[in-house]
Design a protein around this ligand. Sequence first.
Ligand SMILES: *Cc1c(COP(=O)(O)O)cnc(C)c1O
Length: 419
Amino acid sequence: MEPFEYWNGQLHAEGVALSEIARCVGTPCYVYSRAAIEAAWRDVDAAFGARDHLVCFAVKANSNLAVLGMLARLGSGFDIVSGGELERVLRAGGDPGRVVFSGVGKTADEMRRALQLGIHCFNVESLPELEQLDRVAGAVGIRAPVSVRVNPDVDARTHPYIATGLKESKFGVAMSEALEAYRVAAASSHLRVVGVDCHIGSQLTETAPFVDAAKRIMGLVGNLASNGIELRHIDLGGGLGIRYRDEAPPSRAEYVSALMRAVDDAGGGRLRILVEPGRAIVGNAGVLLSRVQYLKHGESRNFAVVDAAMNDLIRPALYSAWHEVVPVSPRTTEARIYDVVGPVCETGDFLARERALRLEAGDLIALRSAGAYGSSMSSGYNTRPRCPEVVVDGARFHITRRRETLDELLSLETVLPDR
Ligand SMILES: *Cc1c(COP(=O)(O)O)cnc(C)c1O
C-alpha cells in the first residue's frame, strides 16, 4: 500500500488531497496516514506468528497522542524514555503493563511513578541506576522488574549520532560488567530480574548487526543461566531502517525472522522476544507539508525559501538526513536546482540541498518520510509556534495537534517587575 500518491495531478494522503489539508489547517503541517502506521505495526507483529513476543513502539519517534492511541488499540507495547512519555502512553489509552522504560538518566520520581503504574520492565543502563532503582523500589514497597541494557559492542554501520551499541557509547552496561550488574540485581529483594536488552542504533539497513547483537546477548543469557539467573525475555531494541532515498533495508518480516532465528538457534526458544521499533512503524507514514514563500535565483545557487524550517524538521541539519521533496501539484515548467531552506537564522537551516524542482512562489511541497523524529524533535526556536499534526483516515482527516499560538508559546514567560 502506498499512503501518499498522485490522483488527478494532486498528491493525496490516502483519500484526501494535501492541498485540502493545507487550505484547512495551514502550513507547515505534518500529515500521517493511519492505514500506513497500522499496517506497519501489524507487519512486525504478524511476522512473529505464534511465537511469544511483544512489539513496543518507541514513543520518541512519534509521540502524538493519536498515533499512540491507534497503536494502543492494536495491543502495542511502548518503549519510553521519560516520565512525560509514560503520561502520554496513559492518556492515549496504552497499557502500562506493556511499557518498557529505557534511558540513561531516569530520575527517582520517574521510577516511583512507573513502579506504581506497574510497568513491564525497567531497562537499566548502569550500576548506579540499578542502586537507585533498588532504593526507590524498597521505599515504595513494589518489586521492580528489571532488565540490564547491555552494550554488545557491535558496529551498526549507521550515522555516528544514531549508533548506540559501540563500547564508547554512553548507553548500556559493557558486556564485561553485565554479569556483575545481574548479580547485584538478583541479590536484591526489591528487584526482580526479568530480562536483558540492547539497542544498537537507528536507521540500520542490514540484518547482520542485529543478528550479531542477538548472538552476543544470547551468550550472556547462557552465562547468566549457569550462574543461576534465569531470564524471561530478551529485548532486541529498535533500529530497523527505512527507505528515505535509495536505501534497501530488510523488510519488517525479514528483520523479525532474522531475530527469531538468532535467538531460537542459540537456545532461546523459551524466551519472549521484545522489539522496540520506532522509525520502521511511522517514518514512511508521514510527510511535512510546506509552502514556498520565495524563490531566490542566484548566480551560483537557487534557493526555495519555504515556511517550514529546522525547528519543524531538524533531521537534515542534525544528521545531514535526506528527505525527498515532491510538489503537491506538479508543474511542467523547466526544472531548476534548488536548496530548500527555511526562514530560521542559521546556515544549517536547510531541509534539502540541490534538488531539481519545478516551482513557483506559493506552491505546496511535501517532505517525504517525515513521520519519525519530525514533529517529536521539533521546537519553538526563532519563536516559531510548533506546527500542527493531522492524521488521515481514508477519506477523512483529523487534526490531532492544533497549531500552537504565539500566546501559548509565550505563556510561561514573564518580564522582570519594576525595581
Ligand atoms: C530510539 C530508541 C528506539 C527506537 O529506534 P528506531 O530506530 O526508531 O527504531 C528503541 N529503543 C531505544 C532504547 C531507543 O533509544
